[in-house]
Design a protein around this ligand. Sequence first.
Ligand SMILES: Cc1cc2nc3c(=O)[nH]c(=O)nc-3n(C[C@H](O)[C@H](O)[C@H](O)COP(=O)(O)OP(=O)(O)OC[C@H]3O[C@@H](n4cnc5c(N)ncnc54)[C@H](O)[C@@H]3O)c2cc1C
Length: 388
Amino acid sequence: MRTQVAIIGAGPAGLLLGQLLHRRGIDNIILERQTADYVLGRIRAGVIEQGTIDLLDEAGVGTRMHDEGLVHEGVLICIDGVRHRIPLKELTGKTLMVYGQTEITKDLMDGRAAAAAPTVYSAHDVAVHDISGNAPRVTYRADGKSHEIVCDYIAGCDGFHGISRKSVPAGAITTYERVYPLGWLGILSDTPPVTDESMYVRHPRGFALCSMRSPTRSRYYVQCSLAEDIDAWPDERFWEEFKPRLDEESRERLIIGPSIEKSIAPLRSFVAEPMRFGRLFLAGDAAHIVPPTGAKGLNLAASDVWYLSRAFIEHYAEHSDAALDHYSARALARVWKAERFSWWITTLLHAISENPFDLKIQLAELDHLFQSKAAAMAFAENYVGLPY
Ligand SMILES: Cc1cc2nc3c(=O)[nH]c(=O)nc-3n(C[C@H](O)[C@H](O)[C@H](O)COP(=O)(O)OP(=O)(O)OC[C@H]3O[C@@H](n4cnc5c(N)ncnc54)[C@H](O)[C@@H]3O)c2cc1C
């Protein structure tokens, strides 16, 4: 087979890139290790920035998001039972949209199917070859047969555990990493959310997050140890741990129901530099990870795709490689700012350190955030998403 851009991974980064390229007449094939149902079943992100919304519109898949997504104009931070609100729209003129990653993935898959663009699910042993030359190749196995795609470029959109980043020769890549000594125990439940806007909770028992996917579906998290076993957390134990961390109003509004999904996610910051090796370009979680506190992972995957899609369009339409050559530097400039914000909000709101000095610094920083318009503005500017 021959295509212009071979895309590895049908997560949000791969599907969005495929759709944007297809609409500009650039051929692409997506190879995905899992089945489509498996990809759709992964419960992950839910808060999207204006830049991501605009890209989904450009990809022609934004209609359902605008119909069903919830627009948020502010965010709540609850400290030891007292709520504070950061008025995002008032401070920045921008809002956020609550719309689940599974829904975005479904809309992108439907858009791709309608365009009859090729996606190979259950593609095994995907491997990249000759990325330093002018005719890179991707090989894989599907339906018991071996296949090869010859292409102009490869987009590695295969997430943190994918093969793209690992295929780069040792020494050509520098990685930066911080692993936090905690995880998030999350529960999805078909119950009305306790708040109308997302609420971050800092409490002596540990961090909690009250978020939602719709007016009838809640997504709640509590900070947990990395050693926790999910089987040791029946629903009752989760609610017993979650409820005391809330303020009085939320406790009264809390409706407890059975979980429809429950999982533990470790918290990690990670960046691989550069994001290009010859004709292989990395995008999304394949190149970087943020702790979920800042709700930036999916949005960073989208901004990478914005830079990369523009670069491919410029290459094919104008025969210029300038944007491809600048892709890594441009994407990383935004990635590192989101890494900084995600690290900062994580250390600000979690019980991480047992040193009383660190605790006092957290409280002083929060007090400053609530008292100072400049501090609130800096928070809001990052939270709604920095410009591309
Ligand atoms: C619990 C949790 C909560 C989160 N909450 C938020 C949030 O609120 N806001 C936010 O912005 N982000 C959030 N994130 C992060 C967000 O989900 C990711 O950043 C996002 O999925 C990245 O998209 P991606 O396409 O780069 O990677 P992925 O979604 O990981 O997609 C990569 C795809 O590549 C496929 N693949 C892997 N290896 C291979 C291979 N060898 N061959 C072929 N295919 C392969 C995978 O199966 C997968 O489908 C959260 C993540 C988790 C885990």
